[in-house]
Design a protein around this ligand. Sequence first.
Ligand SMILES: [Fe+2]
Length: 280
Amino acid sequence: MPATQSDAFVRHDLMEQLVDARQRTDDLFAVVKADSLYERPIAERHRIVFYVGHLEAFDWNLFHERVLGLKSFYPEFDRLFAFGIDPVGGGVPTDQPSDWPKIAAVRDYVKRIREVLDEKLSDALADSVPPTPDGFALSPLLNVAIEHRPMHAETLAYMLHQLPLHRKVPHKESPNTLAPPVAHRSIDIPAGSVTLGLGRDDGLFGWDNEYEAHRVDVPAFTISSSSTRRDMKRKRSGETVTTMQTGTGNPSTESRIPLSGSMKAIAGGTARCSTMSHCR
Ligand SMILES: [Fe+2]
């Protein structure tokens, strides 16, 4: 089937989204001084260097063999940065900085993967490669790779917040921290019907547990205009967003639902990603 102008737009858009997503996590890593990349700001999580390699290893493990038919050039890193170094006995990790590769080698791994994926994925999108043997088309897999980054950006942001100031690169200009006080108010939402989940034929990307679509009648209610503490706590736990399309003319209403196992199902193998708990 010949590619249409719309197909070309989707291809371009997906690759652009991947590049943008990389920039978001690159910006976060740039906050950390070079001599502090082996720090572990949160005892239960990996050292920062793991995440530098992990984001690329995830993409590579997702695409290189099943989609692109490429051999790995560094299988040891593919495994290390997919799984990390698991603590023995279920306690907090005890690995030492010396257990990890030098940052120059990790940066080289990242650079090489990006170069290969950028070229090969663009070709594969242009050629409309057939679905993988396990039934996934390239477009949903790319969406998995794209969404994986901001999920980690969120957890990295609060992890780096725990990093001592002297380990961060200072901003040239102080951010403007003055802001007007938040004006709390209540919003009345009228009764209406809402569609939860996605229909298989909607043509929209979703995780496996975000299908099927079903409609629910919701009575009128009142909601605060500001996030509550509980919202913030749930956000930090790595849950992901699904969109509720309301029947009240407000398509932007969002609800957070757990994503247990969905990304794992689509990524599989050594990619090993479900929720953010997978890579501490
Ligand atoms: Fe991950």
